[in-house]
Design a protein around this ligand. Sequence first.
Ligand code: HXC
Length: 517
Amino acid sequence: MTLSVELLDDMNRRREEILAGGGADKLAQRHEKGLMTARDRLAALFQEATFQEMGTHVQHSARYFGMEKKVLPADGVVVGTGYVGGRLVSAFSQDFTVVGGSLGKMHAKKIVMLMQAAAKLGSPIVAFKDSAGARIQEGVDALSGYGDVFYQNVYLSGVVPQIAVVCGPCAGGAAYSPALMDFIIMTRKNAYMFITGPEVIKAVTGKAVTMDEVGSADMHASVSGNVHFLAEDDTDAVRIVHKLLSYLPSNNSEDPPHHPSPAISLAEDDGMRALIPDDSQKPMDVRGVIEHIVDPGEFFEVHRSFAENLIVGFARIEGMVVGLVANQPAVRAGALDMDAADKGARFIRFCNAFNIPLVTLVDVPGFLPGVEQERGGIIRHGAKLLFAYASCTVPKVTVILRKAYGGSYLAMCSQEMGADFVFAWPTAEIAVMGAEGAIKVLYSKELKAAEDPKAKVRELAAAYRAEFASPYMSAGNGYITDVIDPAITRSTIALSLRKALTKRELRPPKKHGNIPL
Ligand code: HXC
């Protein structure tokens, strides 16, 4: 057979029908609503002319409810690879205009095919989720398809970074696929995510709730903690994907894109000293400290609105990529609670899986006291943070800025928990417990007998801080590398990181550890 005009026309006609998705009207309606189509999202993600579609002509295999007569373009999901910032990325984008982007057997097969390719190519995966869930007409085939996708999500966890963009409905068990990935970006516009929605909740519990209460992007970003990044809309979501990818390696056998500055700078930064409040009881906003440590504009916060007493995010320090973990004394005095421990542990484990060094900034009075915390399992949650730090083998640099008390001193990556370098500012207070609490235990009789017990507490606490909780006590016992002038914090971290980039740490072989869940 020769290549005739008819054959080419036929090929082009077929392609055009597929590119039209659910039809020109439905595509136009989306644009009117300010939403991107499935293909718009991929076009925005990839560098121009680099997208190669896979499985363009795949068709569903449903045979019930009249489905045998229906043609579903691309079976409701556009799948393929392309370049982002010069690096290969695999992506799929569910097309809501084709039976609500619902997932059936072949739709799932396309996604699985892409994920298997990503494993071989060693490329990150980006998934645009805009789907009404299991395709009802396909029954158990749809459920099986979800199972296949979940299996791949888990199989690839820790092998290639997986990023979900929830930009439409994501309901029922379908929400578990993004939850099994590394990061969820969710748009404020058009997206909701829940296991059981308002109707089911009303039917089962009798309680009337709104969609916003149980499934909005804002709720998930600030309350449930399911969402790592809030995006205003599709364009903003793609911007976040680009930024996030810029900090990540393509897979677990690569280092992140470090570009250490050629010159080693030992510059001093007097501005850092000025950030420290005179009164050690006054909270210090750690964001200011972070700004002085990272390269200008190079802090990319993860989970910003959730558990704000602990800040986590990616950063560059003299061109080296790091995962940064910092107590935030401006919120709940920086005390660690269940959510903060979960948030920190998950981030630390991601960094370890993808060879990203960790920098930890410590200013923590302890674990948050309270009945709610104890009954909620702060022991189990806090243990995640300890487990995460102790089990990760990437370079770890810790700086104790001010308070580091009790178990939280260890939970914020002390030397014993595997830190390669631990520096302390002269303002650091390191001890079993805070000064006031310790004084009340140690001097209860003296305080009862004192004429002015409050003044006595202040006096004894000051002495405790100056002598017993002093960083020189820890330094003298070899628990910290050095006490440093805050002005050289950035340069000290950077120099330590350079040296630690070649770190190799081998542990006994095992199937996996048993992190407290
Ligand atoms: C097949 C579906 C569908 C589904 C919607 N459609 N949901 N087709 N299976 N699950 C079709 C509609 O018939 C319609 O087709 C098109 O998609 C758009 O749907 P609309 O209802 O017109 O859109 P909208 O008003 O925007 O409402 C969207 C929606 C609603 C809120 C998502 O469609 C809805 O509630 N759908 C059912 C969701 C659901 O219960 N899914 C199963 C979840 S359980 P036409 O041809 O008219 O354009 C699940 C289990 C997974 O997913 C378990 C994994 C472990």
